[in-house]
Design a protein around this ligand. Structure first.
Ligand SMILES: Cc1cc2nc3c(=O)[nH]c(=O)nc-3n(C[C@H](O)[C@H](O)[C@H](O)COP(=O)(O)OP(=O)(O)OC[C@H]3O[C@@H](n4cnc5c(N)ncnc54)[C@H](O)[C@@H]3O)c2cc1C
Length: 253
């Protein structure tokens, strides 16, 4: 029970549609009043189980600020929330805490020639929001969108990114990787290996150096650790408030 006089901050939303990209990997479209957030931030999304607080987790918003809320979510088998989210029928109620959080935004990132968005799995979500919002194209000559998944059919938002690239010639380069099976136009290795053997920069036709690049990393914790170490060997370091660098990181777990 809430203490008398305290209003419930959680907002009600409805599941409007779900786009399934692959088994256990989907985009959830919600109906409701979109809270204020900056592209790259997260909101807490949950379900009401009749407890004091909804069962919730943080999720990067994939939609652009001001647009209907969209979340890109993978089902974690045995997880407390995600199996429930994937069981929800269309029209079901969801709870969102309207206070956005996180500093994984372009506000943290100094100007550079090339902005690199490097993601594994649903780590693509905050980048989708930033690309839709449009700021990357105003501040950087080009944006490289790197997406790494296990199976090629788990590559997501590719059509939308292709359409955006066609609308903004020369501005966007996509590099897709799959670690478990090969496919045309997809690098068959991990991001770290593609970086080490040069195929990542070759596919992007752009360099990853302190002089040319800003890098945003999001997703699997091992990728974040390994990429930061590799980029560090090239003299790139984390962006800090008082000491600008070249790398900005969002850790999902
Ligand atoms: C800032 C932030 C933003 C996030 N944004 C997203 C997002 O946009 N989309 C998204 O799918 N998740 C996102 N997450 C992860 C999300 O908050 C939950 O941790 C995840 O959905 C699992 O919740 P659960 O209750 O089902 O699992 P829990 O019962 O909480 O189990 C947590 C365990 O699941 C594993 N896990 C968590 N996330 C993943 C994942 N993505 N892939 C594989 N294993 C995972 C880890 O081992 C973790 O310890 C984000 C996390 C943070 C901190």
């Amino acid at each position: 029970m809430y203490a008398l006089g305290m209003s419930d901050p959680w907002q009600c939303f409805r599941l409007r549609t779900r786009r399934d990209w692959a088994e256990g990997l989907a985009t959830f479209h919600l109906d409701g009043e979109t809270p204020e957030f900056r592209a790259g931030q997260f909101l807490r999304l949950g379900v009401d189980l009749g407890e004091r607080e909804p069962l919730s987790r943080p999720y990067s918003v994939a939609s652009a600020p001001g647009e209907p809320l969209e979340f890109f979510i993978v089902r974690v088998d045995g997880g407390a929330l995600t199996p429930r989210l994937f069981d929800l029928p269309l029209g079901a109620e969801l709870k969102v805490h309207p206070r956005a959080g996180g500093v994984f935004t372009l506000g943290m990132v100094p100007d550079a020639e090339t902005l690199w968005f490097i993601s594994t799995g649903t780590g693509l979500a905050p980048f989708v929001s930033m690309l839709r919002q449009g700021e990357p194209f105003e501040r950087f000559e080009r944006v490289v969108v790197v997406q790494c998944v296990r199976q090629p059919e788990q590559l997501c938002y590719v059509e939308e990114l292709n359409a955006l690239a066609a609308a903004k010639p020369g501005k966007i380069r996509q590099v897709n990787l799959a670690t478990r099976a090969p496919a045309d136009g997809v690098l068959f290795c991990r991001i770290t290996q593609a970086f080490t053997d040069g195929s990542l920069e070759e596919a992007a036709q752009a360099t990853l150096t302190p002089e040319t690049a800003q890098v945003m990393l999001c997703g699997n914790p091992d990728m974040l650790i390994d990429m930061q170490a590799l980029l560090g060997e090239r003299g790139m370091r984390k962006n800090r408030k008082r000491e600008p660098g070249h790398i900005t990181v969002e850790k999902y777990w």
